[in-house]
Design a binder for this molecule. Sequence first.
Ligand code: CP
Ligand code: NVA
Length: 308
Amino acid sequence: MRHFLDINKTSVTDLRAMIDDAHAMKAARNGRPRGAVDDDQPLKDMMVALIFEKPSTRTRVSFDVGVRQMGGQTMVLSGSEMQLGHGETVADTARVLSRYVDMIMIRTFEEATLLEMAEHADVPVINGLTNRTHPCQIMADIQTFEEHRGPIAGKKVVWCGDGNNVFASFAHAAGQFGFDLTFAGPEPLDPEQKFIDEARAKGSKVEITRDPVEAVTGADLVVTDTWVSMHDAPSARERRHNQLRPYQVNGALMAHAKPDALFMHCLPAHRNEEATNEVMDGPHSVIFDEAENRLHAQKAVMRWCLGV
Ligand code: CP
Ligand code: NVA
Protein backbone atom coordinates (compact mmCIF):
# COMPACT_ATOMS: atom_id res chain seq x y z
CA MET A 1 0.00 0.00 0.00
CA ARG A 2 1.33 3.41 -0.96
CA HIS A 3 0.39 6.81 0.44
CA PHE A 4 0.97 9.95 -1.64
CA LEU A 5 1.91 12.40 1.08
CA ASP A 6 4.59 14.56 -0.50
CA ILE A 7 6.77 14.78 -3.59
CA ASN A 8 9.96 14.34 -1.54
CA LYS A 9 8.59 11.14 0.01
CA THR A 10 7.99 9.48 -3.36
CA SER A 11 10.85 8.03 -5.43
CA VAL A 12 12.02 9.82 -8.56
CA THR A 13 11.28 6.69 -10.60
CA ASP A 14 7.70 6.54 -9.33
CA LEU A 15 7.15 10.29 -9.83
CA ARG A 16 8.39 10.04 -13.41
CA ALA A 17 6.18 7.01 -14.04
CA MET A 18 3.15 8.94 -12.71
CA ILE A 19 3.81 11.95 -14.95
CA ASP A 20 4.25 9.68 -17.98
CA ASP A 21 1.05 7.87 -17.03
CA ALA A 22 -0.76 11.22 -16.71
CA HIS A 23 0.34 12.24 -20.22
CA ALA A 24 -0.81 8.87 -21.59
CA MET A 25 -4.17 8.92 -19.81
CA LYS A 26 -4.84 12.47 -20.98
CA ALA A 27 -4.09 11.46 -24.58
CA ALA A 28 -6.26 8.37 -24.25
CA ARG A 29 -9.31 10.45 -23.26
CA ASN A 30 -9.02 11.89 -26.76
CA GLY A 31 -12.01 14.20 -26.52
CA ARG A 32 -14.47 11.66 -25.16
CA PRO A 33 -17.29 13.06 -22.98
CA ARG A 34 -16.21 14.10 -19.48
CA GLY A 35 -18.50 11.57 -17.84
CA ALA A 36 -17.50 8.60 -19.99
CA VAL A 37 -15.49 5.92 -18.18
CA ASP A 38 -11.98 4.98 -19.29
CA ASP A 39 -11.73 1.75 -21.24
CA ASP A 40 -9.79 -0.13 -18.55
CA GLN A 41 -11.77 1.14 -15.50
CA PRO A 42 -8.91 0.53 -13.05
CA LEU A 43 -10.98 1.69 -10.04
CA LYS A 44 -13.99 -0.50 -10.84
CA ASP A 45 -15.79 -1.53 -7.62
CA MET A 46 -13.68 0.87 -5.54
CA MET A 47 -14.94 3.56 -3.18
CA VAL A 48 -12.91 6.71 -2.48
CA ALA A 49 -13.51 9.18 0.37
CA LEU A 50 -12.66 12.83 -0.33
CA ILE A 51 -12.41 14.81 2.92
CA PHE A 52 -12.30 18.61 2.92
CA GLU A 53 -11.58 20.68 6.00
CA LYS A 54 -11.02 23.73 3.75
CA PRO A 55 -12.84 25.04 0.66
CA SER A 56 -11.97 23.66 -2.78
CA THR A 57 -13.12 23.80 -6.38
CA ARG A 58 -10.36 22.14 -8.42
CA THR A 59 -9.28 19.46 -5.96
CA ARG A 60 -12.83 18.50 -5.14
CA VAL A 61 -14.10 18.30 -8.70
CA SER A 62 -10.97 16.82 -10.31
CA PHE A 63 -10.69 13.99 -7.77
CA ASP A 64 -14.40 13.26 -8.01
CA VAL A 65 -14.43 13.21 -11.80
CA GLY A 66 -11.13 11.31 -11.93
CA VAL A 67 -12.37 8.48 -9.71
CA ARG A 68 -15.58 8.19 -11.71
CA GLN A 69 -13.75 8.17 -15.04
CA MET A 70 -11.69 5.27 -13.71
CA GLY A 71 -14.87 3.38 -12.86
CA GLY A 72 -14.88 4.00 -9.09
CA GLN A 73 -17.28 5.76 -6.75
CA THR A 74 -16.72 8.72 -4.46
CA MET A 75 -18.09 10.29 -1.34
CA VAL A 76 -17.23 13.90 -0.61
CA LEU A 77 -17.12 14.65 3.12
CA SER A 78 -16.76 18.01 4.81
CA GLY A 79 -14.61 17.91 7.92
CA SER A 80 -17.05 19.96 9.97
CA GLU A 81 -19.90 17.53 9.27
CA MET A 82 -17.84 14.52 10.34
CA GLN A 83 -17.23 13.50 13.97
CA LEU A 84 -13.61 14.36 13.13
CA GLY A 85 -14.58 18.00 13.46
CA HIS A 86 -16.29 17.33 16.81
CA GLY A 87 -13.65 15.57 18.85
CA GLU A 88 -13.19 12.09 17.32
CA THR A 89 -9.51 11.37 16.86
CA VAL A 90 -7.87 11.31 13.46
CA ALA A 91 -6.58 7.80 14.24
CA ASP A 92 -10.06 6.42 14.95
CA THR A 93 -11.44 8.16 11.88
CA ALA A 94 -8.71 6.53 9.79
CA ARG A 95 -9.42 3.07 11.23
CA VAL A 96 -13.18 3.40 10.67
CA LEU A 97 -12.94 4.79 7.13
CA SER A 98 -10.56 1.95 6.25
CA ARG A 99 -13.44 -0.49 6.85
CA TYR A 100 -15.63 1.30 4.31
CA VAL A 101 -13.48 2.75 1.56
CA ASP A 102 -10.48 1.79 -0.59
CA MET A 103 -8.66 5.15 -0.53
CA ILE A 104 -8.78 8.49 1.31
CA MET A 105 -7.92 11.93 -0.03
CA ILE A 106 -7.78 14.64 2.62
CA ARG A 107 -7.41 18.43 2.50
CA THR A 108 -6.66 19.68 5.97
CA PHE A 109 -4.90 22.32 8.04
CA GLU A 110 -2.11 20.72 10.07
CA GLU A 111 0.30 18.35 8.38
CA ALA A 112 0.08 16.24 11.55
CA THR A 113 -3.53 15.39 10.70
CA LEU A 114 -2.52 14.02 7.29
CA LEU A 115 0.35 12.03 8.78
CA GLU A 116 -1.82 10.58 11.54
CA MET A 117 -4.45 9.61 8.97
CA ALA A 118 -1.79 7.81 6.92
CA GLU A 119 -0.31 6.11 9.97
CA HIS A 120 -3.60 4.61 11.08
CA ALA A 121 -5.37 3.96 7.76
CA ASP A 122 -5.21 0.53 6.15
CA VAL A 123 -5.84 2.14 2.74
CA PRO A 124 -3.81 4.69 0.73
CA VAL A 125 -4.01 8.31 1.86
CA ILE A 126 -3.45 11.24 -0.54
CA ASN A 127 -2.48 14.78 0.48
CA GLY A 128 -4.99 17.18 -1.08
CA LEU A 129 -3.25 20.21 0.54
CA THR A 130 -2.12 21.04 4.05
CA ASN A 131 -0.85 24.31 5.49
CA ARG A 132 2.61 23.02 4.59
CA THR A 133 2.47 21.41 1.12
CA HIS A 134 0.31 20.77 -1.98
CA PRO A 135 1.91 17.90 -3.92
CA CYS A 136 -1.00 17.06 -6.28
CA GLN A 137 -0.89 20.61 -7.61
CA ILE A 138 2.77 20.40 -8.49
CA MET A 139 2.35 17.00 -10.19
CA ALA A 140 -0.17 18.73 -12.47
CA ASP A 141 2.22 21.65 -12.94
CA ILE A 142 5.08 19.37 -13.99
CA GLN A 143 2.77 17.62 -16.44
CA THR A 144 1.67 21.02 -17.79
CA PHE A 145 5.21 22.33 -18.24
CA GLU A 146 6.32 19.15 -20.00
CA GLU A 147 3.39 18.99 -22.38
CA HIS A 148 4.21 22.54 -23.54
CA ARG A 149 7.99 22.62 -23.35
CA GLY A 150 9.40 19.10 -22.87
CA PRO A 151 11.51 17.90 -19.91
CA ILE A 152 11.61 20.28 -16.94
CA ALA A 153 15.03 19.02 -15.80
CA GLY A 154 17.60 21.82 -15.97
CA LYS A 155 15.01 24.57 -16.51
CA LYS A 156 14.77 27.77 -14.45
CA VAL A 157 11.58 28.04 -12.41
CA VAL A 158 10.92 31.33 -10.60
CA TRP A 159 8.44 31.79 -7.77
CA CYS A 160 7.29 35.35 -7.03
CA GLY A 161 5.46 35.97 -3.79
CA ASP A 162 4.69 34.14 -0.55
CA GLY A 163 6.89 31.21 0.50
CA ASN A 164 3.80 29.08 1.09
CA ASN A 165 2.58 25.47 0.79
CA VAL A 166 2.55 25.50 -3.03
CA PHE A 167 6.11 26.87 -3.13
CA ALA A 168 7.16 24.12 -0.69
CA SER A 169 5.98 21.40 -3.07
CA PHE A 170 7.80 23.16 -5.93
CA ALA A 171 10.96 22.97 -3.80
CA HIS A 172 10.37 19.23 -3.27
CA ALA A 173 9.87 18.84 -7.01
CA ALA A 174 13.03 20.82 -7.84
CA GLY A 175 15.07 18.24 -5.96
CA GLN A 176 13.25 15.26 -7.46
CA PHE A 177 12.83 16.42 -11.08
CA GLY A 178 16.16 18.30 -11.24
CA PHE A 179 15.17 21.86 -12.10
CA ASP A 180 16.55 25.13 -10.70
CA LEU A 181 14.32 27.22 -8.48
CA THR A 182 14.49 30.90 -7.56
CA PHE A 183 12.34 32.37 -4.82
CA ALA A 184 11.64 36.12 -5.01
CA GLY A 185 9.71 37.49 -2.07
CA PRO A 186 9.96 39.55 1.11
CA GLU A 187 12.11 38.11 3.88
CA PRO A 188 9.30 37.76 6.45
CA LEU A 189 7.52 35.43 4.02
CA ASP A 190 10.53 33.29 3.15
CA PRO A 191 9.89 29.55 2.86
CA GLU A 192 11.11 27.19 5.55
CA GLN A 193 14.86 26.75 5.16
CA LYS A 194 14.40 22.97 5.31
CA PHE A 195 12.73 22.95 1.88
CA ILE A 196 15.61 24.93 0.38
CA ASP A 197 18.34 22.83 2.02
CA GLU A 198 16.74 19.59 0.89
CA ALA A 199 16.45 20.67 -2.75
CA ARG A 200 20.06 21.89 -2.73
CA ALA A 201 21.22 18.62 -1.18
CA LYS A 202 19.65 16.81 -4.14
CA GLY A 203 21.69 18.98 -6.54
CA SER A 204 19.12 21.60 -7.50
CA LYS A 205 20.32 25.21 -7.73
CA VAL A 206 18.01 27.15 -5.40
CA GLU A 207 18.31 30.91 -4.98
CA ILE A 208 16.55 33.41 -2.76
CA THR A 209 16.40 37.04 -3.81
CA ARG A 210 14.51 40.19 -2.88
CA ASP A 211 14.70 41.47 -6.46
CA PRO A 212 11.88 40.18 -8.69
CA VAL A 213 13.48 41.45 -11.93
CA GLU A 214 16.76 39.70 -11.17
CA ALA A 215 14.80 36.55 -10.32
CA VAL A 216 12.66 36.45 -13.45
CA THR A 217 15.51 37.21 -15.85
CA GLY A 218 16.01 34.13 -18.01
CA ALA A 219 13.10 32.21 -16.46
CA ASP A 220 11.53 29.27 -18.28
CA LEU A 221 8.55 29.30 -15.92
CA VAL A 222 7.19 32.03 -13.63
CA VAL A 223 4.79 30.99 -10.86
CA THR A 224 2.81 32.84 -8.25
CA ASP A 225 -0.03 32.18 -5.82
CA THR A 226 -2.46 34.07 -3.64
CA TRP A 227 -0.92 36.49 -1.14
CA VAL A 228 -3.15 35.20 1.67
CA SER A 229 -3.61 31.44 1.96
CA MET A 230 -6.61 29.69 3.50
CA HIS A 231 -4.72 29.03 6.73
CA ASP A 232 -3.40 32.61 7.09
CA ALA A 233 -5.08 34.93 9.58
CA PRO A 234 -7.40 37.38 7.76
CA SER A 235 -5.92 40.11 9.98
CA ALA A 236 -2.59 39.64 8.18
CA ARG A 237 -4.13 40.63 4.84
CA GLU A 238 -3.14 44.28 4.73
CA ARG A 239 0.42 43.65 5.93
CA ARG A 240 0.89 40.83 3.42
CA HIS A 241 -0.44 42.93 0.57
CA ASN A 242 2.05 45.68 1.40
CA GLN A 243 4.91 43.18 1.64
CA LEU A 244 4.02 41.33 -1.56
CA ARG A 245 2.94 44.13 -3.91
CA PRO A 246 6.48 44.56 -5.32
CA TYR A 247 6.35 40.89 -6.39
CA GLN A 248 3.19 41.18 -8.48
CA VAL A 249 3.58 39.31 -11.78
CA ASN A 250 2.67 41.86 -14.45
CA GLY A 251 3.57 42.39 -18.08
CA ALA A 252 6.65 44.48 -17.24
CA LEU A 253 8.02 41.73 -15.01
CA MET A 254 7.21 38.89 -17.44
CA ALA A 255 9.14 40.79 -20.13
CA HIS A 256 12.36 39.81 -18.30
CA ALA A 257 11.63 36.09 -18.62
CA LYS A 258 12.60 34.08 -21.71
CA PRO A 259 10.35 34.94 -24.68
CA ASP A 260 8.78 31.47 -24.54
CA ALA A 261 8.46 31.39 -20.73
CA LEU A 262 5.28 29.93 -19.25
CA PHE A 263 3.22 31.49 -16.47
CA MET A 264 1.43 29.35 -13.89
CA HIS A 265 -0.91 29.94 -10.95
CA CYS A 266 -2.57 27.08 -9.08
CA LEU A 267 -5.79 29.13 -8.74
CA PRO A 268 -7.96 30.44 -7.21
CA ALA A 269 -6.45 33.81 -8.12
CA HIS A 270 -7.08 37.30 -6.86
CA ARG A 271 -6.86 38.93 -10.24
CA ASN A 272 -4.79 42.10 -10.45
CA GLU A 273 -3.27 41.39 -7.06
CA GLU A 274 -0.59 38.65 -7.28
CA ALA A 275 -0.84 38.65 -11.09
CA THR A 276 -2.45 41.03 -13.55
CA ASN A 277 -5.16 40.07 -16.02
CA GLU A 278 -2.66 40.92 -18.75
CA VAL A 279 -0.48 38.01 -17.58
CA MET A 280 -3.25 35.64 -16.43
CA ASP A 281 -4.93 35.89 -19.84
CA GLY A 282 -1.77 36.58 -21.85
CA PRO A 283 0.30 34.43 -24.22
CA HIS A 284 2.59 32.97 -21.51
CA SER A 285 -0.29 31.75 -19.34
CA VAL A 286 -1.18 28.05 -19.05
CA ILE A 287 -3.35 28.39 -15.95
CA PHE A 288 -6.35 26.50 -17.32
CA ASP A 289 -4.19 23.67 -18.67
CA GLU A 290 -2.81 23.43 -15.14
CA ALA A 291 -6.33 23.22 -13.75
CA GLU A 292 -7.29 20.54 -16.29
CA ASN A 293 -4.17 18.54 -15.56
CA ARG A 294 -5.13 18.19 -11.90
CA LEU A 295 -7.57 15.61 -13.26
CA HIS A 296 -5.04 13.62 -15.29
CA ALA A 297 -2.13 13.88 -12.83
CA GLN A 298 -4.29 12.79 -9.89
CA LYS A 299 -5.69 9.86 -11.84
CA ALA A 300 -2.07 8.74 -12.24
CA VAL A 301 -1.40 9.32 -8.53
CA MET A 302 -4.47 7.26 -7.57
CA ARG A 303 -3.47 4.37 -9.85
CA TRP A 304 0.01 4.40 -8.35
CA CYS A 305 -1.41 4.38 -4.79
CA LEU A 306 -3.65 1.42 -5.55
CA GLY A 307 -1.20 -0.39 -7.82
CA VAL A 308 -3.82 -0.67 -10.58
N1 CP B 1 -5.46 24.74 -6.81
C1 CP B 1 -6.33 24.19 -5.95
O1 CP B 1 -6.01 23.31 -5.16
O2 CP B 1 -7.61 24.68 -6.05
P1 CP B 1 -8.85 24.40 -5.09
O3 CP B 1 -8.57 25.08 -3.78
O4 CP B 1 -10.02 24.96 -5.81
O5 CP B 1 -8.96 22.91 -4.88
N1 NVA C 1 -1.71 28.65 -1.03
C1 NVA C 1 -3.11 28.47 -1.25
C2 NVA C 1 -3.34 27.41 -2.27
C3 NVA C 1 -4.77 27.16 -2.62
C4 NVA C 1 -4.96 26.05 -3.62
C5 NVA C 1 -3.81 28.12 0.05
O1 NVA C 1 -3.28 27.31 0.81
O2 NVA C 1 -4.85 28.72 0.32
